[in-house]
Design a protein around this ligand. Structure first.
Ligand code: 5GP
Length: 115
């Protein structure tokens, strides 16, 4: 088995994170280098590399992740102003951690398109 990703180490509570939600299937915590007043990452506990490596059997898990993103956004007070959900997949998107993660960004107007 390869070396653990930084997110696997957070799941295993080997390194600290400011956790905002945890259940049996996923974990949400503040990004260490926030790009907006609120910048939270939501990850599955299952070691999935990216959206590209999802299996058909992961459909229920993905549904759970999306509903949890909705709940976390509500919890963080992002609903009124709105927010953005992003997942970077692979090199051109700038994915830097090989563990599926969704960025939840809000608390300021977000420009479009991204760089
Ligand atoms: P990516 O560029 O792969 O889409 O996003 C990875 C994100 O993980 C980046 O926004 C980066 O700031 C965040 N990150 C990297 N290492 C850590 C860490 O140890 N703790 C936390 N909380 N976030 C991290």
């Amino acid at each position: 088995m390869g070396e653990k990703t930084i997110f696997q180490r957070i799941i295993d509570h080997e390194i600290p994170a400011k956790i905002v939600h945890e259940d049996d299937r996923c974990l949400a915590f503040h990004d260490v280098n926030p790009q907006a007043p609120i910048h939270v990452l939501l990850i599955p506990k299952q070691p999935i590399t990216s959206i590209e490596t999802l299996a058909d059997q992961d459909a229920a898990l993905m549904g759970h992740l999306m509903l949890t993103i909705r709940n976390v956004a509500r919890q963080l007070g992002l609903v009124e102003g709105g927010y953005r959900v992003v997942t970077n997949c692979g090199q051109d998107a700038g994915q830097s951690v090989d563990h599926l993660h969704f960025h939840i960004l809000g608390g300021r107007p977000l420009s479009w398109p991204p760089g």
